[in-house]
Design a protein around this ligand. Structure first.
Ligand code: AMP
Length: 407
């Protein structure tokens, strides 16, 4: 009987899962799926790796299934075939200053992670709800927390600090950076497909509904666009990105908005959606002829270009760029415009390769190598979980699992 690892990614009203079998020492995806609308109209679907539906259920409107109910359904219905579940890896958005690597969860780790809820109130409570529910319903099942912040923990102090009074900094108000599991995965793939980039100065652009960029030197994060929260940096689907903090005072003093109204505006009504007035979905904006759609795309690309310059400065040069996540992997138009704007850094785009989706989309002469690499945060979590359960150090040795098929 083969061992298997489940990966859970809990959002505010959803629970995504993947199941990885350990086959011949390597991790292989065997099933994935999600439960959505957990507090309004829950629906569940699980598919095998070829997309065939294994199980689907709709609870109907007005049902509050919650994270606990979804977990119970998932684990009581999961058909593992001839696989034995040896552990569960959770995506946990915030590991604060304490956790610079993945960790086996027990009551004391859970208590430490609760302290970071105020630092990530929109994500952390849901991540922890799933952990808590499993600790109660399956206390014998090993659980591992894998953090979006851990990859950035070693950034230089000047990158992590805000220019705020020390007493506020000491409360944990500093730049943490997020999307770390995605960046770590990409650095692993680079170590297989482009050694120069892996050992050099690379900017990775995770451009999805959430969007951020990270400067990586010799495989380590040195700067990132997201800071204290996941609303900083680039404009995103519905998040505003970097904002003059004076705007917050204006919203409070002149528009009479309270904290919750501001939160709703900055996290859910801004970004591509707010600027376009049409949609947060890049596919819809690309297909639209409305001026608002063009304005949103122009702003997104402009900010990517500005951040790229800043991150190249933090690195002191640039050897490679990587596009990843929904927009980065799929929008040839956006990649082309970002690369054209980055011509001053030595980027030369191969138009044909870009339209074909890569993986390498720069010309042979380009000083900067440009790649399109699909991210795989779930595999990263499964790798970490396996390594923690085996008592190993989580190291780049895990690159052995990566089979990017890029060469
Ligand atoms: P993610 O959060 O990584 O799933 O990415 C979601 C984003 O990717 C959404 O804005 C989608 O519009 C965008 N996206 C997905 N497919 C495409 C595509 N073919 N062209 C442009 N954008 C896309």
């Amino acid at each position: 009987m083969a061992d298997a690892i489940a990966v859970l990614n809990a959002g505010s009203s959803s629970l995504k899962f993947s199941l990885f079998g350990i086959v011949g020492g390597a991790l292989e995806l065997t099933a994935r799926g999600q439960a959505e609308g957990l507090y309004t109209s829950p629906r569940f679907v699980a598919r095998d790796r070829d997309g065939k539906i294994l199980d689907a259920k709709d609870w109907g409107d007005g049902v509050k299934l919650g994270h606990e109910g979804a977990l119970y359904y998932l684990f009581s219905h999961a058909d593992l075939g001839d696989q034995r579940l040896i552990g569960v890896g959770h995506r946990v958005v915030h590991g604060g200053l304490m956790f610079d690597r993945s960790v086996r969860i027990d009551a004391s780790v859970l208590a430490a992670l609760e302290k970071y809820v105020p630092l990530a109130p929109l994500h952390q409570p849901h991540n922890l709800a799933s952990i808590r529910a499993l600790l109660i319903s399956a206390p014998q099942l090993p659980q591992v927390a894998c953090f979006d912040t851990a990859f950035h923990r070693d950034q230089p102090e000047v990158e992590q600090a805000f220019a705020l009074p020390r007493a506020i900094t000491e409360k944990g108000v500093r730049r943490y950076g997020f999307h770390g599991l995605s960046y770590e995965y990409i650095t692993q793939v680079l170590s297989v497909c482009d050694r120069r980039a892996a050992q050099g100065k690379t900017v990775i652009m995770h451009l999805g509904n959430g969007a951020s960029m990270c400067a990586v030197a010799n495989g380590r994060s040195v700067a990132s666009t997201m800071g204290f929260t996941a609303v900083d940096g680039l404009p995103m689907g519905t998040r505003c990105g970097a904002l003059d903090s004076g705007v917050l005072l204006y919203l409070m003093d002149e528009l009479g908005m309270d904290a919750r109204a501001i939160e709703d505006t900055l996290y859910r009504q801004s970004g591509l959606l707010g600027v376009s007035g049409i949609s947060s979905d890049m596919r819809v904006l690309e297909a639209s002829t409305e001026p608002g759609a063009k304005a949103a795309i122009d702003l997104f690309i402009h900010r990517i270009g500005r951040e790229l310059g800043g991150l190249a400065a933090a690195l002191g040069g640039l050897d490679a760029m990587v596009f990843t996540a929904g927009i980065g992997e799929n929008s040839a138009m956006l990649r082309e415009r970002v690369c054209r704007a980055a011509g001053w850094l030595g980027v030369e785009l191969d138009l044909e390769a870009n339209h074909a989706g890569g993986p390498r989309i720069s010309t042979a002469e380009s000083r900067v190598a440009v790649w399109v690499i699909p991210t795989n945060e779930e595999l990263m979590i499964a790798q970490h979980t396996r390594a923690v359960l085996a008592g190993d150090q989580v190291t780049m040795a895990m690159a052995a699992d990566v089979n990017p098929g890029l060469q």
